[in-house]
Design a protein around this ligand. Structure first.
Ligand code: SF4
Length: 504
């Protein structure tokens, strides 16, 4: 514990900053001196942070009698002193948020666990279900600091959620919900590099100016960098860049880069592209849509009445309902627009406003809304996956739910195999396809504009004690889901209205 008392001021590096520094020194420099240059945290990212907090708190319950060092980052000295006292007293089996520092690096270890034979195990808690390489770096820098600070660390692990665990609806079994991945050997093998990396980062941070580093692939691995918008602010954005070429083979990308080609329209005629890539290139060069499949014939396969269906789901990291695993998607809202011959579409939906399992009531409303006949039109295979999940979870309704599967009609392959508009910009997501085919119909007027935000808002509404806030959120969610199925109605109309003159 030689360094615990030796800290006079806040160290310049933390484990988070160290990991940022391994990705890019400029990112570390920004994290240290210019946080305001980061893009704002959006709802989806905030939801990930909240999940991490929730999982971290639950993980502590695996260590009964453990002691939490609660001092925050404004009270580093107090956190270090308290950690030292608790560790030296030797009376607790585990310490949470234990604070250590070594050579100007401060870490807060999620858990240190006293081992029966002496020494400690360091445990890093993650809310994912898989062990990633970056977690080993995370563990290695902590190991380096804890040992440097004099703690006898004999083991190290990363605790993740275990996707094979199925909640019985009664009691969370923490020993099965979590899985400990041993990383002691892998982290130890990196210790020599940690010291030199730390010194290089300190030297870089001591300079008056930010390092000059150009953006590249490293900006997205292991994490998307929050400074990307800032770093690329002066970059000329291609009109239709090579990223719009679906599934471009990396070797071909390298070849095009070497040829100095940045625009799809500049790709030579004889360059080896697959069929869809050639169509994309032609659409960009001609500046107009390409109709290359028999979209009408495909749509004619639908049987009346046509029900346009969309689900909204949320995926709790910690299972809440019987029979679910960590991150199983649970539908809480559906929207259906039903089209009948010669009549305007009729809308129905169901949002589960209670905190109990939404699936039984949602399935009953769904079966009623979809009736016994007609095609069920979706965009992507996600609704099929949700229907299968519902059938597996609800044995009494399973037969009826499985029968719905046979009626599904996926619009996505119809578009992907038959039509391309330059405004798709390489993506066939409904958010790209819709404005190109149905100008004026988008999501800009809605307060919820994507599925991740919908899931995050639903969870917030359930947790809110304010009934007005709940109602407003529920209304916004229903409006968003309704727009998704109205989009399908209009998309079909748009596809049926395509004129032969637009054929490539
Ligand atoms: S955007 Fe890229 S170059 Fe800029 S700080 Fe982030 S990782 Fe570094």
């Amino acid at each position: 514990m030689k360094e615990l008392a030796a800290v006079a001021s806040r160290p310049g590096l933390s484990k988070t900053r160290f990991v940022a520094g391994t990705q890019c020194h400029l990112r570390l420099w920004h994290d240290t001196y210019a946080r305001e240059l980061a893009s704002p945290v959006d709802e989806a990212l905030q939801a990930i942070f909240d999940t991490g907090q929730e999982v971290g708190e639950l993980a502590c319950r695996r260590y009964p009698g453990g002691h939490l060092v609660a001092h925050d980052h404004h009270h580093v000295r107090e956190a270090l002193d308290e950690t030292r006292r608790v560790v030296e007293a030797g009376t607790v089996p585990a310490v949470f948020e234990a604070a250590f520092t070594h050579e100007g690096v401060l870490v807060r270890a999620d858990v240190i666990e006293r081992l029966p034979g002496g020494g400690w195990r360091m445990v890093e808690v993650k809310s994912t279900t898989r062990l990633k390489d970056v977690f080993v770096i995370d563990a290695a820098v902590q190991l380096w600091v804890l040992r440097g600070a004099g703690l006898d660390v004999r083991d190290a692990g990363v605790l993740t959620l275990d996707r094979s665990y199925v909640y019985d609806g009664e009691r969370l079994e923490l020993d099965k919900l979590f899985r400990l991945h041993p990383v002691h050997d892998a982290a130890s093998a990196r210790l020599d590099d940690i010291g030199s990396d730390v010194r290089a980062m300190h030297a870089m941070l001591a300079k008056p100016d930010a390092p000059e580093i150009q953006p590249g692939d490293h900006c997205f691995s292991p994490y998307p960098c929050p400074y990307h918008a800032h770093c690329t602010r002066d970059h000329m954005v291609p009109d239709h860049g090579l990223d719009e070429l679906s599934r471009l083979w990396p070797g071909h990308r390298t070849q095009l880069d070497a040829m100095g080609i940045r625009e799809v329209r500049d790709i030579p005629d004889d360059f080896p592209l697959n069929r869809l890539q050639r169509i994309i290139r032609r659409a960009v060069i001609d500046g107009r849509a390409q109709l290359f499949g028999d979209v009408r014939a495909e749509l004619a396969r639908r049987k009346l009445p046509v029900h346009h269906l969309d689900f909204e789901t949320f995926a709790p990291a910690i299972p809440r309902f019987a029979g679910t695993r960590p991150y199983d998607p649970v539908p809480f809202l559906f929207s259906v627009h039903t089209e009948r011959e010669g009549a305007p579409p009729v809308h129905r939906d169901y949002l589960h406003a209670g905190e109990d399992d939404p699936r039984p009531a949602l399935a009953d409303h769904l079966l009623e809304a979809l009736g016994p006949e007609g095609s069920i039109c979706t965009y992507s295979g996600y609704e099929r996956q949700v229907l299968r999940g519902l059938a597996a979870a609800l044995p009494r309704r399973a037969r009826a739910l499985r029968a719905l599967e046979a009626r599904l009609f996926d619009l996505l392959p119809v578009v992907r195999n038959g039509y391309y508009h330059p405004d798709f910009r390489g993506s066939f997501s409904i958010k790209r396809v819709l404005p190109a085919l149905v100008p004026g119909l988008g999501y800009d007027d809605l307060s919820i504009a994507d599925g991740q935000a919908a899931a995050a808002r639903y969870r917030q509404a359930l947790e809110s004690a304010d009934p007005v806030e709940r109602e407003v959120t529920f209304r916004d969610l229903r409006a968003y889901c309704k727009r998704d199925t109205l989009a399908l109605v209009e998309l079909c109309k748009g596809l049926l209205a395509l004129k032969p003159s637009r054929v490539a």
